[in-house]
Design a protein around this ligand. Structure first.
Ligand code: SF4
Length: 223
């Protein structure tokens, strides 16, 4: 079985195990700011930081007009607040200077490769952040790889240790946004719940028979 076939099988298995996961579609700029806030922290701290930001400023336009220090203070709870505060201000200011608005819905009509290039041109916006905006806000088929997905896909043998996970995963997955969304969410859940960075719980993993590094593989049992 090649990697494309294995990826489809893994996606089907995760979908059956977790059931389709409901997705909340957000405004693209809100998604972009939220994803910057999520860098190097968990969803709870990201959401707290965003709530704190909105409580302090009310709108993203007001955030853009604040100083980087004021933004940093408002998002302190999310960690790396100075770096993220400066990034958020720069991103919002540049969008406004280029578009005359913070509305980036024009990306819906831009080809995927061009939309990705535009988002990646912002300092602090990498493939994961850009991919989350494209996939979740616009339904464009680009697969974002976070730290859990990077670890789990390597263990599953979908991506080798020398390959770029974004390039590899986007090369082997079907170009379907719904397929990518469910696989993205399923792999993150598996990474959080079962395939931990240390001591993965292979004995209860729904992918154990598909995983070359599983401790449940016949030649590894008893080790
Ligand atoms: S079998 Fe083990 S290493 Fe493989 S994906 Fe499952 S938990 Fe991770």
């Amino acid at each position: 079985m090649n990697r494309k076939q294995r990826a489809k099988l893994i996606a089907a298995r995760l979908r059956a195990y977790y059931r389709p996961i409901a997705v909340q579609r957000r405004d693209p700029v809100e998604e972009l700011v939220l994803t910057i806030l999520s860098q190097n922290t968990n969803d709870t701290n990201r959401d707290r930081a965003y709530a704190s930001l909105m409580k302090r400023f009310g709108t993203l336009t007001a955030v853009m007009d604040a100083t980087a220090d004021e933004i940093a203070t408002a998002i302190r709870i999310g960690g790396l607040h100075r770096q993220k505060g400066a990034r958020i201000k720069h991103v919002l200011e540049r969008i406004f200077s280029e578009r005359g608005t913070l509305d980036i819905s024009f990306l819906a009509d831009v080809p995927l490769a061009d939309a990705l290039t535009w988002l990646l041109s912002f300092p602090g916006v990498g493939n994961k952040t850009a991919g989350i905006v494209l996939l979740f806000s616009f339904g464009k088929p680009y697969f974002p790889v976070d730290t859990h997905i990077k670890r789990v896909t390597r263990r599953l043998g979908l991506v080798s240790s020398t390959e770029d996970p974004h390039i590899r995963m986007n090369a082997i997955l079907p170009k379907s946004a719904e397929f990518m969304i469910q696989l993205h969410l399923g792999l993150i859940r598996l990474g959080r719940d079962i395939c931990h960075p240390r001591r993965p719980e292979c004995a209860i993993c729904p992918l154990a028979d598909l995983c070359p590094t599983s401790c449940q593989q016949p030649d590894k049992r008893g080790q």
